[in-house]
Design a protein around this ligand. Structure first.
Ligand code: DCT
Ligand code: MG
Length: 315
């Protein structure tokens, strides 16, 4: 109960009470076989005596079973695309118990609505072969819109995983300019041919000259398989290596090398570059111009690290 309250329910106060109690019971020099042994202990209240009695008598604790069921329901709510752990708890408090309960809830974001609508399908893993076909298909469509563009499926697929949670597509154009407005045209075309069935677009390239990606996050349907999640990001060529590294992951590797970049060199590493910070402190100001790197290998060299192949990035 200590861990469930702390990790899932975010109830630090109850968690602390259970932790103290558990530690107290554990520190006893004997195994508790009767409530009489603890009744007089300092800090042992009626409710604890009752719980210990139940455990000694039945080998179980109803309160714990109830809590586990509650935690299970919160975790399911939190597994909807776009709903985080904190919001899942809030939704539970509001009375939502299942994903179906959320179907007619008007306060969901459009991402969360997609998450609910396609919940069953998008929680299925995608076989690798299907990602191969999807990448090839999208590459074909991109080629008709911006010949010569680079299209890479990144994420777990690029790390060689046999199945993937979604398809992560990264795009750039080596001429340094044809990537602009490409995402809008691509999404329009993928919708027209009914490959993309739902989603949101965030275009940042409108802020001219920036390195922020144009992004699409949505749902596609291909070869009559399940509805799948797809992210598409378009970056300018000069930051593509940073984007490919960040979007390949995994997330643990990203955190580790970003941390190392800061504490070892005072660099800020992101999906958009490698910047020099004013100091090694976490929030210190970073330069606006990135240290140029053409390839992922160059980024690892700048960080004084051996280059790991993508399939060695499953930390
Ligand atoms: N990423 C990250 N930090 C996160 C989440 C993601 O740095 N908190 C990066 C690393 C992987 C990449 O983005 C794509 O993210 P996901 O698609 O969520 O992960 P994945 O590794 O591709 O795994 P999955 O098979 O579940 O999609
Ligand atoms: Mg992925």
């Amino acid at each position: 109960m200590w861990h469930l309250y702390e990790d899932v329910l975010g109830d630090q106060w109850r968690s602390l009470i259970y932790r103290k109690t558990v530690n107290k019971l554990r520190s006893l020099p004997y195994k508790v076989t009767s409530v009489e042994q603890i009744r007089e202990m300092y800090g042992v209240g009626k409710s604890l005596v009752k719980m210990v009695k139940e455990i000694l008598g039945t080998g179980q604790l109803q309160k714990l079973d109830n809590l586990k069921a509650q935690v299970g329901e919160i975790q399911v709510l939190g597994s909807v695309w776009g709903i985080g752990a904190i919001q899942a708890r809030e939704l539970y408090k509001k009375g939502f118990r299942t994903v179906k309960d959320l179907e007619n809830y008007s306060s969901l974001t459009s991402m969360q609505r997609m998450g609910v609508k396609y919940y069953d399908d998008i929680n299925l893993r995608i076989p690798r072969d299907e990602v191969v076909d999807t990448e090839k298909f999208v590459r074909g469509v991109v080629e008709t819109l911006a010949p010569g563009a680079w299209v890479n499926a990144a994420g777990s697929y690029r790390r060689g995983k046999p199945t993937c949670g979604d398809v992560d597509i990264l795009i750039t154009h080596p001429d340094g300019s044809s990537h602009q407005d490409l995402l809008a045209r691509l999404v329009q075309e993928l919708r027209r041919i009914e490959f993309i069935v739902d989603g949101l677009r965030v275009d940042a390239n409108a802020r001219k000259g920036g390195t922020q990606p144009d992004m699409f996050m949505g749902i596609f349907h291909f070869q009559c398989k399940a509805y799948r999640r797809i992210d598409i990001k378009v970056y300018p060529r000069h930051v593509y290596a940073f984007a490919l590294l960040a979007f390949t992951g995994n997330d643990v590797l990203n955190r580790k090398i970003r941390f190392l970049a800061r504490v070892k060199f005072g660099y800020k590493l992101s999906d958009q570059g490698l910047f020099i910070r004013e100091s090694k402190k976490k929030d210190s100001k970073a330069s606006t111009e990135s240290i140029p790197c053409e390839t992922e290998r160059e980024i690892f060299e700048k960080l004084g690290l051996d280059y790991p192949e993508p399939h060695d990035r499953n930390w």
